[in-house]
Design a protein around this ligand. Sequence first.
Ligand code: XMP
Length: 507
Amino acid sequence: KVLVVDFGGQYAHLIARRVRELNVYSLVANYSIVDEGFIDKIKPKAIILSGGPSSILCRKHPRIGDWILDLNIPVLGICYGHQLLAVMIGGRVETGRGEYGRTMIKIINKDPLFEGWSSEEYVWMSHRDYVAELPSNTKILAISENGYIAAFKISDKKIYGVQFHPEVYHTRKGMLLLKNFLFNIARVKPEWRMENIVDNIVENIRRKVKPYEKVLVAVSGGVDSTVTALLVKKAVGKRLVPVFVNHGLMREGEVEEVLENLRSLGINPIYIDASNRFLERLKGIRDCEEKRRIIGEEFARIFSDIVRRDKDIKWLAQGTTYPDVIESGSTPGSDRIKSHHNVAGLPDWLGLKVLEPLRELYKDEVRRLALHLGVPKDVAYRHPFPGPGLAVRIIGEVNEEKLRIVRRASRIVEDVLKKHNLYDRVWQAFAVVGDDKWVGVKGDKRQHGYIVIVRVVESVDGMTADWVRIPYEVLDEISKRITSEISEVVMVTYAITTKPPSTIEPC
Ligand code: XMP
């Protein structure tokens, strides 16, 4: 396995993900827990030191001991990790103008790390501090167009530093560099497959959950919770307690569809129709975060009723994936954007411990895992649907009329995209309704009607997104169907703002 030492920020997980894409198991650990004992315990075949937001020049910068130089394990330091290695061996780091974005580097000394690279290549940089001086037992491998040291090696060791980010998509040959490091330098074998991921997760669950303890899983029909339930079932068998709560904020026909899909996978959830209860509590609530809080609280209450009746339930398993972890601001240093309720933290009074078996994975990894576990393709590739459901696709108060509109309009958007083979190519596609009205003429009569906003985005992980350039004819078909099938709607608009600055959901 490969150990990625996390110095903060979002880089470490991206590196780990890239390593896994190369079929090598990788593990992320915060620098503060990595000591010699830790290394001894997990015995990594290679170590990657991540980038991070700190500056080496601050007195209390995150660091790792220089014992790492004598482990006889190949090390690759990236950005901050590169500077840290330089300082460790007696080099000097200074602060300068910095380099950001696409930057050309020149390879000045051939090395197996750069096998397959041309002598000049574009890479992605993001740094202000830089390595200004290196001791004589090192070899500089590459220099950037601005004259900074872009890569070096400690001469008699398999220890490297690169100032740029090989893990980001914009470093064109970044994956090749990681491959060179892992397969040619560290001699790791690409043996990590879906089976191993499953075994690893299952083993982890078994280690945590005692043999008599039961695990509650709130299933929603989405790929994350479905995979979570299947993994927990593999680990604890009949001690899985799947629950499907209908909060009345589902899409058209969704409840029946979800139940049928789950049953076909051998998951027979306790079904709770709590729609009245949720809709009642949402009356008069206009604020988004307030809606999320209320919905989260109602879920927790329902779970607590179940837990009170079955004292063996000690765990709640959730389908939290890595981007949820970042976006809810639970990673130190990241800002809270929306409190996605599945990670907003459960009230203590629920008294359950939390299992998050997918916490380290990105959505596309979860989808591949789903297919591997026998989940049908249309479920594995279902678009993400927020836990609070249509409540976050209704701007302002949730009421019966707006729910009816957004339900029907969403179905139309999905149907039309499926008909034109576009549904599977996009990340999410849906309709939104708010309180603003537009004057329309329907059958010679003037009518004040609702505005429906259509949003179709592409994304890899939901953290950034672009709006999809849907052909005009398809947009036209969507608009015609919505205004003719939903009598209250007289205007359809298309959302054409990327994330950032916008978010995907309106609320
Ligand atoms: P935003 O709107 O923040 O959405 O750009 C990013 C991704 O997260 C989903 N999302 C949610 N998922 N509970 C969830 O489980 C929520 O409250 C929530 N809000 C947004 C959204 O659909 C998109 O995929």
